[in-house]
Write a protein that binds this ligand. Structure first.
Ligand code: 5AD
Ligand code: SF4
Length: 440
């Protein structure tokens, strides 16, 4: 028997790409591929790319350039580009980097095994369609190997919102929800293999409306179905749009004990003028009202957000409105970005804010967000929280896990197993994590 071929996948960007990479590895596993630890060791290299950040395509081209030597030394090495840059650039990738054998968009991963056959015959393979069939259904189910205690599960993909700065509606396509029974089967399978916490993924996860036995299910209804899965201890979901925060989902945050008290709810800006230009279809006020309702249902919920500063035509007063909104909401954690143009999106054509000005705003915004993050972490000291133990820590007897609020917690003298859900008293807060002691 010949040695198994080795696959190296480099994943960029969001959690959805992490999930997709796992599934691609499984699909190619059927064709005899095992994981390579480094690119040098691989028979096939796949870059699973992200198009959200600035100059994403250029960075991929230069990364590909670095593989030239590898390919010269090993002519059988196959190189592929997957993900959102593959979708956006398509054929252009092979034109600019002729050594690329395969280009596959995020909706076509189930076609990878056939594409692999084609490239092994020395042909090129390109697929950036948006096919009708469910790519996850066609991808073989996950193998029965044991897994760590946390897993992602994609329930919804794509987006119909068309925010003026964002490439997702173009690269991931229209909003599609997976049927509930497939999600439940996958969830049960994950639990059998040791998973205790599932994070439901979707670019617009709370717009979920997948088919159920008696018509479409909302995300809250799906969560209640998952709540019944024995052995599953924690449910999370990300990323949500403020306009799709329906009452049943807000209510579930108060009543479903497996649903964790953490919500990523991007607002992007606190200025109504900018929100309108961003095509966000909500106002600062309507966002604050949603936050108020969520906090009424679950007072201790930890909120997280995304912010863009320096969006075209943002004035100092608009930026101040964002700072005011942050002061009002108080975020436990947040992601913030300087606006950068994405060719093909509506905002790309508009007058840009001076770069130095935008950088200076980003610094002020991040200083405020860091202060809030620190204050909320410090407010955890003395409290009892649940911690799902994920791995041993660096110190003897220590274990590391995530609290209900998604804080990293180092637990000392912890004679427990990976995958246990421990009750922990928080004793101290440092820059990016908490320290605690086992209660039971
Ligand atoms: N410029 C800056 N930030 C962006 N994001 C999306 N597109 C852009 C862009 N063109 C940010 C948004 C989004 C997060 C995933 O990335 O805040 O919520
Ligand atoms: Fe992009 Fe999110 Fe807006 Fe959709 S809702 S266009 S994914 S920022």
């Amino acid at each position: 028997m010949s040695a198994p071929k080795k696959l190296f996948i480099k994943t960029y960007g969001c959690q959805m790409n992490v999930y997709d990479s796992e599934r691609m590895a499984e699909a190619l596993g059927e064709k005899g591929y095992v994981e390579a630890k480094t690119a040098d060791d691989a028979d096939m290299i796949l870059l699973n790319t992200c198009h959200i950040r600035e100059k994403a395509a250029e960075k991929i081209y230069s990364e590909l350039g670095r593989f030239k030597g590898l390919k010269a030394a090993k002519p059988d090495l196959k190189i592929g580009v997957a993900g959102c840059v593959a979708q956006a650039e398509g054929q252009e990738i092979m034109r600019r980097q002729p050594m690329v054998d395969l280009v596959v968009g995020p909706q076509s991963y189930h076609r990878l095994p056939e594409m692999e056959t084609k490239i092994r015959q020395g042909e090129k393979a390109l697929d950036t369609d948006f096919p009708e069939e469910d790519k996850f259904e066609k991808l073989k189910s996950r193998p029965k190997a044991k897994r760590g205690p946390t897993a992602f599960l994609t329930v919804q993909e794509g987006c119909d919102k068309f925010c003026a700065f964002c490439v997702v509606p173009y690269t991931r396509g229209a909003e599609v929800s997976r049927p509930a029974d497939r999600i439940l089967t996958e969830a049960r399978d994950l639990v059998e293999r040791g998973v205790r916490e599932i994070t439901l993924l979707g670019q617009n996860v709370n717009a979920y409306h997948g088919a159920g036995e008696n018509g479409d299910l909302t995300l809250a209804q799906l969560i209640w179905q998952l709540d019944k899965v024995d052995g599953l201890e924690r449910i999370r979901f990300t990323t949500s749009h403020p306009n799709d925060m329906m009452d049943d989902l807000i209510e579930a945050h108060g009543t479903c004990t497996k649903l964790m008290p953490y919500l990523h709810l991007p607002v992007q800006s606190g200025s109504d003028k900018i929100l309108k230009r961003m095509n966000r279809s909500h106002t600062a006020e309507s966002y604050l009202r949603v936050v108020e309702k969520i906090r009424a249902a679950r007072p201790d919920i930890l909120l997280s957000g995304d912010f863009i500063v320096g969006f075209p035509e943002e004035t100092e007063a608009d930026f101040q409105a964002t700072l005011d909104l942050i002061e009002e909401v108080k975020y436990g954690t947040a992601y913030s970005f300087k606006y950068s143009t994405r060719p093909g999106t509506p905002a790309a054509e508009r007058p840009q804010v001076d770069d130095a000005e935008a950088s200076e705003r980003l610094q002020r915004l991040q200083a405020l967000l860091s202060r809030q993050q620190r204050e909320i972490q410090e407010s955890m000291v003395g409290r009892e929280v649940g911690v799902l133990l994920e791995k041993p820590g660096r110190l003897p007897g220590q274990m590391v896990g995530k609290s209900d609020y998604l804080h990293s917690v180092h637990v000392s003298d912890c004679n427990r197993e990976v995958g246990d859900l421990a009750r922990v008293r928080i004793m101290a807060s440092s820059t990016n994590s908490l320290a605690g002691e086992l209660i039971r």
